[in-house]
Design a protein around this ligand. Structure first.
Ligand code: TTP
Ligand code: MG
Length: 356
């Protein structure tokens, strides 16, 4: 029997800000662009639950958020801070699972089948929540189910500070009454297409003929149908895109000068890091490439404990790797590459608004 746990931090950016500044506790806090008295551009990254009471939501124009609650505390996005906290959270979570998968800056899956049962998994969830509260002063919401899909939908059910456990025999009744948009991946467009054939709930989606569904929404229909039935066999595993971001340079004159090499490496690290930021990725692995004057080429890489986008992590890891190349052969080319990339937040980057 598989037992999957999905955890998602509550109003993450805003909660971190409120933790850092006690004066913000219990206040409507909006993290995002500067509202500039209602004339600011840009969007809301997230809002505290107090601010959500005014109708403020992620992705909303900041000007609109300002109109909804001009007295809210508006803060700029401090990615470096949230990423550091995210890394600490992931290190805590990783301990609790045989298999672990970070899926965004504040979200992860844990395969906790080894606990042996849903009651034991529930206890584990309480432990995780209290460790996060103790050590990080942050609340989280957890969903537990027989697969990733159900766990993810469940974690969202009782936010903030929620815990929802869905045992296998209750999956159908849990999913049935929910609106179709609760299925990850269903956006406004699919919701509309389904509404046109009078499908509003997951239960209705589960009941429809797959062929008909595929006629209406294309090949995706078969995934949707399975999802509606709560079927999701996908494994919890660290998965990364193929993508990598790298920069390299061929020296005008082959060199052995350690100082030149160090300076060049730093510059390459900075450039690769800037590209990473611009594209909205986190990385976990740094590799460097060294080509000697005779074209013999070597790479060395190091994988960090968690995803990050900190420049210092790129720099210091690259430096450490370079120190592994001893000897006095002349170097012709030097490169720095970041791999094991993950989007910081898919939804955010889709909107093309990744600031910070
Ligand atoms: P979410 O987990 O979706 O949102 P949240 O943690 O703020 O609130 P909750 O989970 O309690 O509903 O996203 C995590 C962080 O990602 C969020 O704090 C800010 C950032 N984010 C954006 O920048 N833009 C967005 O559109 C969304 C949805 C999130
Ligand atoms: Mg969250």
């Amino acid at each position: 029997m598989r037992i999957i746990l999905h955890i998602d931090m509550d109003s993450f950016f805003a909660a971190v800000e409120a933790r850092e500044n006690l004066a913000l506790r219990g206040k409507p806090v909006v993290v995002g662009a500067d509202p500039k008295g209602g004339f600011g551009r840009g969007v809301v990254s997230t809002a505290s639950y107090e601010a959500r009471a005014f109708g403020i939501r992620s992705g909303m124009p900041i000007s609109r958020a300002y109109r909804l609650c001009p007295d809210a505390v508006f803060l700029p996005v401090n990615f470096a801070l949230y990423e550091r906290v995210s890394g600490e959270i992931m290190s805590i979570l990783r301990k609790y699972a045989d298999r672990f998968q970070q899926v965004s800056v504040d979200e992860a899956y844990l395969d906790v089948s080894r606990t042996g049962g849903f009651e034991a998994a529930r206890e584990l969830a309480y432990l995780i929540k209290s460790e996060l509260l103790d050590k990080q002063k942050l609340t989280s919401s957890i969903g537990i189910g027989p697969g990733k899909l159900v766990a993810k939908i469940a974690s969202d059910m009782q936010k903030p500070d929620g815990l929802t456990v869905v045992e296998p025999e209750h999956v159908r009744e849990f999913l049935s009454p929910l609106p179709v948009r609760k299925i990850p991946g269903i956006g406004k467009k699919t919701e509309l297409a389904l509404a046109r054939i009078d499908i509003h709930t997951i239960g209705e989606l589960a009941a429809i003929d797959v062929q008909l569904l595929m006629e209406k929404v294309g090949r995706w229909g078969s995934y949707l149908h399975e999802a509606a039935l709560g079927i999701d066999e996908s494994e919890v595993r660290e998965e990364y895109g193929w993508k990598s971001i790298g920069r390299e340079v061929t020296f005008e004159h082959d060199t052995t000068d350690r100082e030149v090499l160090a300076r060049t490496l730093d510059a390459l690290a900075e450039e690769a890091h800037a590209a990473l930021k611009a594209e909205g990725y986190l990385f976990r692995t740094v590799s460097i490439k060294v080509r000697y004057e005779d074209f013999e080429t070597h790479t060395k890489e190091k994988t960090l404990e968690h995803l990050t986008s900190e420049l210092d992590a790129v720099r210091s890891t690259a430096k450490e790797l370079l120190s592994g190349f001893t000897g006095s052969r002349k170097i012709r080319l030097l490169g720095v590459r970041l791999t094991k990339l993950e989007k910081v937040n898919t939804r955010q980057t889709e909107m093309g608004e990744f600031g910070g």
